[in-house]
Design a binder for this molecule. Structure first.
Ligand code: IMP
Length: 427
């Protein structure tokens, strides 16, 4: 067995796309299993930059099959536009190389409208979502009665019937909280989505059966996580989370494949911490150092362009993410961004209501009250982007990475010191 998974251990944006891209050549199938076009992956190689949102990063390799599995929620318009963009950059993607689950759920314009109305109603307490309708689509999935799946979308009669049932209720629900709302019309949505259905139909299949056969025939699967453990609907900083299992817990439910096939789970962390959207962030740096990290690390959202909140590495939070997911090794990303700082801090415990703890609290007000207890380490001034071996890293940089490893309790297998494929230390 040599299947692998790549999981973000923080609040997303850990540069998982780069790791997936690096590992893809050693795999046969790349599987995206959660989230939707709220996710953003940037991959750079050979002087080109690729921005991916719904498509697995495996799409950039001609040798693998990319699977968008059951747990993903699909905005067909966004998917078609992204596929067209990647086809322009890399050439047409043959149908055999891209498969979309017939069990996946579909995002409709009313999901976005409802999300906007809900977020507006929360005023200062907004979750700060990406406004892509993701949470509302998952809400309909869990509620069952208002959901439309891919297998419904590609059957015109079923699509029409489902829209006729659902839309009047959706219109009424949105109008009740937003007086300016203009109701959606069944015919308009049906016509628009029928065109998408025709374009998607060739890719739609039973991905669960496909993956089971791939496993049985010894194919190597690479599970590509989206978002991060602390945004997990069950285990994250609720309610400031996304609406799916974005920790390792989501692999099995989102793909239909048991994680027992995975021989290595890679937990990906940034060498510092970032967060987009609302919610507590104990190690946030609302000062010059935070601004410096944002500038050097180019910490702006791939999807929404929002500036990311930046802070010191939080070993309590990332360690919690690692344990929920059951990782084997760590990849520490963007270490180069910290070059040039005189000293660095890593949060090794929280003080909550006068008590020291290394447990990650459930109650959001406890997390908001948590005072980070820091370990201070000396910085390094050298430019490390050209380093290719651990032995050649400045001693202070290595010590920093080793401290992260010791505090989280897992070995570091990969150190990334730049966005390019080659800017990676593997030994
Ligand atoms: P939603 O997933 O759009 O519902 O947003 C819920 C929360 O998850 C917000 O704080 C978003 O900023 C955050 N979020 C969603 N997707 C990503 C991602 O790919 N990276 C980082 N944060 C994300």
């Amino acid at each position: 067995m040599s299947s692998t998974s790549v999981i973000g251990l923080q609040w997303g944006d850990e540069a998982k796309g780069k790791i997936v891209d690096l590992l893809t050549p050693q795999h046969d199938v790349v599987v995206r299993y959660l989230g939707g076009n709220n996710a953003g992956h940037t991959v750079k190689f050979d002087g080109a930059t690729y921005k991916l949102s719904l498509l697995p990063a495996g799409i950039l390799h001609d040798t693998v099959v990319s699977v968008i599995a059951t747990g993903v929620v699909i905005n067909p318009k966004a998917f078609i536009e992204e596929l067209a963009r990647i086809s322009d950059q890399r050439g047409e993607v043959p149908v055999e190389r891209l498969k979309i689950s017939d069990r996946s759920h579909i995002v409709f314009p009313y999901h976005m409208a409802q999300e906007a109305a809900f977020e507006k109603a929360r005023k200062g307490d907004a979750i700060g979502t990406t406004m892509r309708g993701i949470g509302l689509c998952y809400r309909d999935k869990a509620g069952r009665t208002h959901a439309i799946r891919m297998c419904d979308l590609v059957r015109p009669n079923v699509l029409k019937q489902r829209l006729e049932e659902i839309l009047p209720q959706k219109n009424a629900a949105i109008a009740a909280i937003d007086p300016d709302f203009v109701p959606f019309k069944v015919d308009e949505i049906y016509e628009e989505y029928s065109v998408y259905a025709d374009q998607l139909r060739p890719y739609v299949t039973d991905t669960t059966a496909f993956l089971h056969k791939a496993v049985a025939s010894g194919k190597r699967l690479l599970f590509e996580g989206a978002q991060g453990c602390l945004l997990d609907i069950d285990h994250g900083t609720f309610p400031y989370v996304t609406s799916s299992n974005s920790s390792g817990c989501g692999i099995h439910s989102g793909s239909g494949v048991s994680e027992r096939v995975i021989s290595k789970m890679i937990g990906v962390v940034k060498a510092y911490t970032t967060r987009v959207g609302g919610g507590p962030f104990p190690t946030e740096l609302d000062n010059e150092i935070g601004q410096h990290i944002r500038k050097v690390g180019n910490e702006y959202g791939t999807v929404t362009g929002r500036p990311r909140r930046c802070g010191w590495f939080d070993a309590v939070a990332a360690g919690y993410g690692a344990r929920i997911s059951g990782i084997d090794v760590l990849a520490v990303m963007l270490v180069d961004v910290l070059s040039d700082l005189d000293e660095l801090k890593i949060c090794e415990a929280y003080e909550i209501n006068g008590e020291r703890t290394t447990d990650f609290p459930a109650f959001i007000d406890d997390l908001a009250a948590a005072k980070p207890i820091y370990r201070t380490l000396p910085g390094w001034k050298e430019n490390i982007c050209g380093v290719r071996k651990k032995a050649d890293l400045p001693a202070n940089a290595m010590k920093y990475v080793e401290t992260i490893s010791a505090l989280i309790g897992y070995p570091v297998e990969i150190i990334s010191i730049g966005p390019g494929r080659e800017e990676t230390i593997l030994d």
